[in-house]
Design a protein around this ligand. Structure first.
Ligand code: NAD
Ligand code: MG
Length: 389
């Protein structure tokens, strides 16, 4: 039986993965090693019982008694805390899904990579904050990483069997998020509730707001550069309101191939789960005649300064990715808490990048997880201080 682990099982991506596993036979078909979650203990315990996991872990130590109680009599071990979650990454498995949101997803994923495992990577923050470290560790251990972000899964499927030097450009699409058609002057006063609606995808709240601000696409541009090692200027963004084309690869001979599908994360997760095979997946089939048309437009860098910042981060290299990601996470926390407005997020991130770039060592890629987390903490401090004045 294939041994699997899910980091962030109770989230949006984690739930989709759980759905696929249950449809494919659940505990009869897969041996589940570890499942991790956050505050939703009841759901975590329910999933761990259904999949007969070896261990279930919550990020929060104060919730361990509740988790133990919820798992009583099930035979599933309970554990808690950041350290325990990272250690669970080191437990042998044949397939591990990294679907924790934010920089908190870095350590368990890196543990999987260090032991030479197969990592299905939804946590885009990993490659943004620690791209060089991830590549070096994977090269040393022989780990394989399969992208689960829909655009990157699409690119992975498109470049399969092609030489990367034949690729002229990679285009990832963006729906444009909640504020694609809002008047620019209204953006500054956009509320959390308004930013938390996505036109096409159902996702966690943080990535949904990042889609409205285009920080999600900014992270994805960097993720594409780090994953495929393609020059930054060859990674392009295209606004495509219907989210049917996920990515397109253009070759040096003038041909382009695109990946299409209904917006449902179970395709990208299932592709990584079944790789290198393709199996039936319960996603709605595409009917282009029914859709009638697809539309496209160029991204607007005034509306979405995050895209310009992504270019600056790629040009700077070194610790810029770790700083960018952490500053964005802090700015998002501050927006959610009502401390800053929607457009204030990009201002905080830009200011933080500028301040961090004056610090010693900024130009060097972080060599280990401690260095990555050092920049992460520094960026959060700078971002919070910048907000206060
Ligand atoms: P989510 O908020 O729905 O779920 C996040 C999961 O991480 C939950 O299980 C939560 O308990 C856990 N978690 C949160 N904070 C944690 C912490 N500090 N320590 C340990 N665990 C913690 O998020 P999501 O939308 O499923 O996204 C997960 C990741 O996948 C993100 O990196 C996101 O960018 C990426 N992603 C998501 C989608 C999507 O459709 N939702 C698509 C592409 C990529
Ligand atoms: Mg995506």
């Amino acid at each position: 039986m294939r041994r699997i682990s899910i980091f962030g099982a109770t989230g949006s991506v984690g739930e989709s993965a759980f759905d696929l596993l249950m449809r494919a036979g659940g505990a009869e078909a897969y041996h589940t090693v570890a499942l991790t979650g956050g505050r939703n203990i009841a759901r975590l315990a329910e999933m761990a019982r259904a999949l007969r996991a070896e261990i279930a872990l919550t990020a929060y130590p104060e919730l361990l008694p509740e988790l133990r109680a919820a798992l009583a009599g099930s035979g599933v071990e309970a554990a808690a805390g950041t350290e325990a979650i990272a250690e669970a990454g080191a437990r042998p498995s044949d397939w591990a899904l990294s679907a924790i949101v934010g920089a908190a997803g870095l350590r368990p994923g890196l543990e999987v990579i260090k032991r030479g495992g197969l990592l299905a990577l939804a946590n885009k923050e990993t490659l943004v904050a620690a791209g060089q470290l991830v590549r070096d560790s994977a090269a040393a251990s022989g780990a394989r990483i399969l992208p689960v972000d829909s655009e990157h899964s699409a690119i992975y499927q498109l470049v399969d069997g092609e030489k990367l030097e034949s690729v002229e450009a990679i285009t990832i699409t963006a729906s444009g998020g909640a504020f694609r058609d809002w008047p620019l002057e209204k953006l500054a006063s956009a509320s959390v509730a308004e930013a938390s609606c996505h036109p096409n995808w159902s996702m966690g709240q943080r990535i949904t707001i990042d889609s409205a601000s285009m920080f999600n696409k900014a992270l994805e541009v960097i993720e594409a550069r780090e994953f495929f090692m393609i020059a930054p200027e060859r990674v392009k963004v295209l606004i495509h309101p219907q989210s049917i084309i996920h990515a397109m690869v253009s070759f040096r001979d003038g041909g382009s191939v695109a990946h299409l599908g209904m917006p449902d994360m179970r395709h990208a997760i299932g592709y990584a789960l079944n790789w290198p095979e393709r199996r039936d997946l319960p996603v709605a089939r595409l009917d282009l005649a029914e859709l009638g048309g697809l539309s496209f437009r160029a991204p607007d860098e005034i509306r979405w300064p995050a895209l310009r910042l992504a270019r600056e981060v790629m040009a700077a290299g070194g610790a810029a990715g770790a700083v960018f990601n952490a500053a964005k996470e802090q700015a998002l926390d501050d927006f959610l808490a009502g401390h800053i407005g929607f457009t204030g997020m990009a201002e905080v991130v830009e200011e933080t990048l500028s301040r961090a770039s004056a610090l010693p060592g900024f130009g060097e890629s972080p060599r280990d997880i401690e260095a990555v987390m050092g920049w992460d903490g520094e960026a959060r401090r700078l971002a919070a201080a910048g907000r206060e004045g």
